[in-house]
Design a protein around this ligand. Sequence first.
Ligand code: ATP
Ligand code: MG
Length: 348
Amino acid sequence: MIVFENVSKTFQANGKTVEAVKDVNLSLEEGKIHGIIGFSGAGKSTLVRCINLLERPTAGKVVLGDVEITALPEKELREERKKIGMIFQQFNLFASRTVFQNIAYPLKNSRMSKREIEDKVNYLLELVELKEKTNVYPSQLSGGQKQRVAIARALANDPKILLSDESTSALDPQTTKSILKLLKQLNDKLGITIVVITHEMQVVKEICENVVVMENGRVVEQGDVFHIFANPVERITRDFVDSTSNLSKIHELINEKAEMIQLKEGECILKFTYLERDASEALVSHISRSFDLNVNIIFGNIELIGDHPIGGLVSIVSGKESSITDAIDYLRGKNVGVEVILDARVSK
Ligand SMILES: Nc1ncnc2c1ncn2[C@@H]1O[C@H](COP(=O)(O)OP(=O)(O)OP(=O)(O)O)[C@@H](O)[C@H]1O
Ligand SMILES: [Mg+2]
């Protein structure tokens, strides 16, 4: 467990005081993948660097398991830090060392023999699927491969925690996916707690179980990822959630008076959103049959978070006005969100 108790961090720069992190109280459960999301300058890096004391909090405590890291003397802090690996956007590899030497670097003052170090590095290279690059230099690697080396190096001391500061931000979408998949595998296989800083909600959706939303140095919202996607409370969280789906596009189409959404009399546009974990039944065919409606899906966005479908559909619905009303009531009773976006129904 990583616990922040009233943690603040202020910087003095050019005679000004910057409050980068303000009175954060937070517990991150062991063995999970946690996402820290927020816009540039929100304080994400500063907060996460308070875990390994790359930044020392100006106030408050950081506790890792049963160790208050903020209270440790220098020598013990150095030992404790070995249990925390970190990877960065710019990879931070040693250009003049080979892949092997980069990964072996953190082991240089350990009591391991040359042979043991070799075995360890080879094991790590297998773990990150980079066996064939053992003796090349970083300049000969792609971005994704460099990040794999950095991950292997971060794991050399068998850390309990891996901190990732925008580790996929410099990578293309495909490579990003493969690195995220690797992090997930490491979490599954090694049980390592991972803290992922990102400004992309897609990254959170992809691998995190828990998410922390930061704004102006504060934690403004936090929780289980499915729950946050289903019920984002703060404005900033809603914007991040919306950024991962195309559902808000309907408002652009309306503004543009797009052809595809010109309604005939009796039709309306409904947006359905799944809000609960149990809303996976075949709702479209059900309301279509039971209420004798035509449901024409214009577009949709349904994804799995964990094993649970979440997302929504935008549809043009036509049928008897009272049947549409009954269908809406039925869906709401099933915890499906229904929003009437445009209405050309007429009372008979
Ligand atoms: N060493 C420093 N000296 C002075 N100010 C700093 C220092 N480090 C960070 N800050 C300031 O603290 C605030 C938070 O910075 P931080 O790097 O934690 O944000 P971030 O959320 O990681 O942003 P980004 O997404 O751009 O990486 C910013 O206003 C930043 O300018
Ligand atoms: Mg940062």
